[in-house]
Design a protein around this ligand. Structure first.
Ligand SMILES: Cc1ncc(COP(=O)(O)O)c(C=O)c1O
Length: 346
């Protein structure tokens, strides 16, 4: 369905032209399938420059798949995975991580998408007790599902505590680029440099067509990964077309400029919305998401032109999520805000 360019999701955007060009450039001759090709070698080299030399990188089809296979490599079926109640893997992956790993997800209530060491502690009362699933992994999302961002120190605290307790740290980095831009860091400073063991690294939400990567900083974890990846149907045969995309976004600062635009546009959108007294911004705008409370009586009219998702609602208002993308423009924001004002003031 064609729709008004809006703010429903960074998944609704298209693909950056440089990425399309990279796919086209990879579309010649035959190369060996399943990753034994020059495009994949080049992309892995770029990943090493961005994340550090001592990593194992695997390209997969999607974000849910990346989380599920990464977690499978980190756990046994009697383990538990600790994450925020708001985590994508808990709310929106149809239980894929549980199905693939056999693990129980232990969730921590969170108002802003983040978790802390205290929250993790609340799930560690039965370590060593055979009647309880044994926590093995802590998973955090960066940037979070609420558009907030963990600082490097916050990640380091979680990693240190997890390791002290014999646990591993996984990051769902579907929007890691937005977090790095927000913090003014590179990728290494918020992953390998602060104790992260494994990462689901997103490409699709930041200008790629499809494809994500699973990166292991603790390389021992990836020793059986090739079997896990294939069995879980996450081994792309024409891998060069994912690799070529990652090569493009990791070249010439493209990932940074795309995420910077998305973050900047989210801030601008939030500022504009703050000028409408009936609308209230509910979360800190630290990456490319804006959460806003809108009185429900206006929603049907707004949705006649703009599609977006409701996160929560009560009798009177809906908390909606608005996302900016690599290709969001000031004109998009002006048109949306003007339309909102028209509807609200009518
Ligand atoms: C934080 C986060 N993780 C993982 C995913 C999963 O990505 P996919 O839809 O490619 O499975 C999403 C998708 O929206 C996401 O927002």
């Amino acid at each position: 369905m064609l729709m008004q360019k809006g703010f429903a999701s960074d998944n609704n955007s298209g693909v950056h032209p440089d990425v399309i060009r990279a796919i086209e450039a990879a579309n010649s001759d035959h190369v060996v399938a399943y990753g034994d090709d020059v495009y994949t070698k080049r992309a892995i080299e770029k990943m090493r420059q961005a994340f550090g030399k001592d990593i194992d990188v695997h390209f997969v089809f999607g974000g849910t798949g990346a989380n599920a296979v990464a977690l499978k490599a980190m756990t046994d079926s009697y383990n538990a995975i600790i994450c925020a109640e708001t985590a994508h893997m808990n709310v929106e992956e149809v239980g894929a991580p549980e199905k693939l790993t056999g693990c129980k997800l232990l969730t921590i209530p969170s108002k802003n998408g983040k978790i802390t060491v205290d929250g993790i502690k609340s799930h560690l009362h039965a370590l060593g007790n055979q009647h309880h699933a044994q926590p093995k992994v802590v998973s955090i999302t960066q940037s979070t599902e609420y558009g907030t961002v963990y600082t490097p120190d916050e990640i380091r605290d979680i990693a240190d505590f997890a390791h002290e307790m014999g646990l591993l740290l996984h990051v769902d980095g579907a929007r890691l680029a937005n977090a790095a831009v927000s913090l003014g860091t590179g990728f290494k400073q918020i992953t390998a440099g602060v104790g992260v063991d494994a990462l689901s690294f997103g490409g699709t939400k930041n200008g790629m067509m499809y494809g994500e990567a699973v990166i292991f900083f603790d390389r021992e974890l990836s020793k059986d990964f090739k079997y896990i990846q294939k069995q879980a149907t996450q081994l792309p045969s024409k891998m060069r077309f994912i690799s070529a995309q990652f090569d493009a976004v990791l070249s010439n600062g493209l990932w940074r400029s795309m995420a910077a635009n998305a973050n900047e546009m989210a801030k601008t959108l939030a500022n504009e919305l703050r000028s409408i007294p009936q609308i209230k911004i509910t979360q800190n705008v630290e990456a490319n998401a804006v959460f806003a409370l809108i009185p429900k009586r206006y929603l049907a009219e707004i949705r006649k032109r703009y599609f977006f998702y409701t996160w929560h609602e009560d009798a009177k208002s809906a908390e909606v999520r608005l996302m900016a993308s690599f290709d969001t423009t000031i004109e998009d924001i002006d048109a949306f805000v003007e339309f909102l004002k028209d509807v609200i003031e009518k």
